[in-house]
Write a protein that binds this ligand. Structure first.
Ligand code: CP
Ligand code: NVA
Length: 304
């Protein structure tokens, strides 16, 4: 039974599939104008210590669709931004809210919010992972490919929050997974250890063409994530050759999908040509944030 969504590691394969199935159902209801006020009267607080377009809007609209409301809490305005400890913030907010969503830097802050608070906590991106995004990605893959069976997923670029969650999500659902990152920008030891539970299913390399070979879905993400703006120039140099382009797509399967969490930096991690050729898949992925997160909110906050 899920109490929080802090990382994908904490979910079983069945729990992930249950979320995806419910997300499909909620998407159908939304598309067909069938009301689903499952969280009527409930309030979600949304703490943002970093910028957001998709996450903020999809959570806010999602709570509205579910009959509840969402409060946007920018750290610029909260006392947490002036140093009030997360332990105290958690205990105070738990007395007003039915759930808390947080986007921040340190994973430990999200874990502390869950530890000291008494309501469900949803991780809406940390430097370590982005589980909400990857639930939407998995939903999109199944929508386009029909199932996860026999698929190979590939990530090109930084061994960052997106790479971490993609590796965990894809391996849990039975896909093969490969990642190519420049030297010095590989995924952390913790995720490498996680992948060892899936012998023969995971490959880590510094060669994008090796990773992309026979892929059914290719993921990428920006070279410099939020909080790494000062490294942008150095990274631009380090990531040369790590681009999703026509040449790279040529070694993947002919019907290979492309996924990008967005925002994208065209002509850096992905060419404009490939981005536009796969825009349907990429914007369906963005839409699915709404449906997947509504499923998470229902699982965590209904009947509580
Ligand atoms: N993909 C994603 O999380 O987008 P935002 O930063 O706009 O929320
Ligand atoms: N890796 C990116 C993802 C943005 C959704 C970042 O953390 O900025």
């Amino acid at each position: 039974m899920m109490k929080h969504l802090l990382t994908l590691e904490q979910l079983s394969k069945d729990e992930i599939l249950e979320i995806l199935n419910l997300a499909d159902q909620l998407k159908f209801q939304k598309k067909n104008g069938i009301a689903h006020p499952i969280l009527k009267g409930k309030t979600l607080g949304m703490i943002f210590q970093k910028s957001s377009t998709r996450t903020r809007v999809s959570f806010e609209v999602g709570m509205h669709d579910l009959g509840g409301q969402a409060l946007f809490l920018s750290s610029r305005d909260l006392q947490i931004g002036r140093g009030e400890p997360v332990q105290d913030t958690a205990r105070v907010l738990s007395r007003y809210l039915d759930g808390i969503m947080i986007r921040t830097y340190a994973q430990s802050e999200v874990e502390d919010l869950a530890k000291y608070g008494s309501v469900p906590v949803v991780n809406a991106l940390t430097d370590y992972c982005h589980p909400c995004q990857v639930l939407a990605d998995l939903m999109t893959i199944r929508e386009f490919k029909g199932s996860f069976n026999g698929l190979k997923a590939c990530f090109i670029g930084d061994g960052n929050n997106m790479a971490n969650s993609i590796i965990v999500g894809c391996l849990k659902l039975g896909m093969k997974m490969s990642i190519a990152s420049p030297k010095g920008y590989e995924i952390c030891e913790h995720i490498q250890e996680f992948a060892k539970q899936y012998p023969g299913m995971f490959e880590m390399t510094n060669d994008p063409f090796q990773a992309a070979k026979d892929a059914d879905v290719i993921f990428t993400d920006v070279y410099a994530s939020m909080g790494q703006e000062s490294e942008a120039k150095v990274r631009l140099e380090a990531f040369k050759g790590f681009q999703v382009n026509k040449e790279l797509m040529a070694v993947a399967h002919e019907d290979c999908m492309v996924q990008h969490c967005l925002p994208a930096h065209r002509e850096e991690e992905i060419t404009n040509e490939i981005f536009e050729a796969h825009a349907d898949e990429i914007f369906e992925e963005a839409e699915n944030r709404l449906h997947a997160q509504k499923a998470v909110l229902v699982k965590l906050m209904a009947n509580k």
